[in-house]
Design a protein around this ligand. Structure first.
Ligand code: GDP
Length: 303
């Protein structure tokens, strides 16, 4: 865990440095939090990708406590305490202890390049490590490379794979995947989907179709729809969420690339704007670089 959060801390270092030093600078020693300071703080939080709406709420909350806040550390703690309820989730994210349907079907969606395939591989590895029988389903039939990548992850993690030929019907692949998983006693099915955004309408229709076809063979499938987002893309991650939530009931978000230039605030913005829990975060390309989201540890890395 320390390795993972070490990487997260290094990824968010720039944000943390700028948030903390600038918050420190906002304070004249012994002076209380005035309107000007709050205004400057508002700007800082927006720059960290937290978003205008969540920031406005935070500032309103802080202004109520302003008289009691007299030093930067106290202010940072107050900010964290206010953000924490946004990020906390009432569902257990630990797949080792969570009761799952058999097979438990996870559909993974998101735009190309955000880290979807890597996330699927890491998820497969996590479930395998918990002793689960895993099957990957290659329903991104548009790119031969996507099917190939998924096969490599299946080999690497000891998961089964269900694939058809390139350009075959993704909904049929997904249907066959769930069918085969049931027949073979698979515990966890992870379904890869296409993410080519230049045909937005078609893509959304395709995702709906994939979802419907799976529920034909297993009525409550998919049990989870995970949306993968690249944390370094800021506002784009927000617009992608707007788009994908129209096509599917997204049950969780996977936020990748927090080891790079991401500002971190996007996690708060997403949770506040859409109410969808951040389920996992990614900090690199290795199998161990995906972990269930821990709001407290995340905020400690950020502030
Ligand atoms: P897909 O097109 O969404 O399936 O994306 P891929 O899984 O192929 O990932 C795109 C690129 O991002 C690859 O080079 C991955 O190694 C890289 N990548 C994925 N997740 C992370 C992450 O958390 N951190 C970093 N630094 N790179 C990542």
């Amino acid at each position: 865990k320390s390795g993972f959060y070490g990487r997260l801390r290094r990824g968010l270092e720039k944000t943390r440095r700028f948030l903390t030093t600038d918050v420190d600078k906002l304070f004249v020693p012994g002076k209380k939090l005035d309107d000007q300071t709050l205004e400057d703080l508002e700007e800082l939080l927006i720059t960290a990708d937290i978003g205008v709406k969540a920031t406005t709420e935070l500032i309103a909350g802080l202004s109520k406590q302003a008289a009691g806040i007299t030093d930067p550390d106290h202010l940072k703690e107050a900010i964290k305490e206010m953000i924490l309820p946004y990020l906390e989730d009432d569902r257990p994210t630990d797949e080792a202890t969570r009761p799952l349907a058999t097979p438990h079907v996870i559909m993974v969606i998101g735009v190309n390049g955000v880290g979807k395939t890597t996330t699927i591989g890491k998820l497969a590895a996590r479930h395998r490590a918990n002793g689960k029988k895993v099957m990957l389903v290659a329903a991104d039939t548009f790119r031969a490379a996507a099917i190939e990548q998924l096969s490599i992850w299946a080999d690497r993690t000891g998961a089964d794979i269900l694939k058809h030929r390139e350009n075959s019907d993704p909904a049929a692949v997904a249907y066959d995947g769930v069918e085969a998983a049931r027949a073979r006693g698979v515990d966890v099915v992870i379904v890869d989907t296409a993410g080519r955004l230049h045909t937005k309408v078609n893509l959304m229709e395709e995702l709906k179709k994939i979802k419907r076809s799976m529920s034909k063979t297993m009525p409550d499938a998919p049990h989870e729809v995970l949306l993968v987002l690249d944390a370094t893309t800021g506002q784009n991650a927000i617009s992608q969420t707007e788009l994908f939530t129209k096509a599917a009931d997204v049950t969780g978000i996977v936020l990748t690339k927090l080891d790079g230039t991401a500002k971190g605030g996007i996690a708060i913005n997403l949770r506040h704007s859409f109410g969808i829990p951040i389920q996992y975060i990614g900090v690199g390309e290795q199998v161990e670089d995906l972990q269930p989201f821990d709001p407290r540890a995340f905020l400690d890395a950020m502030f």
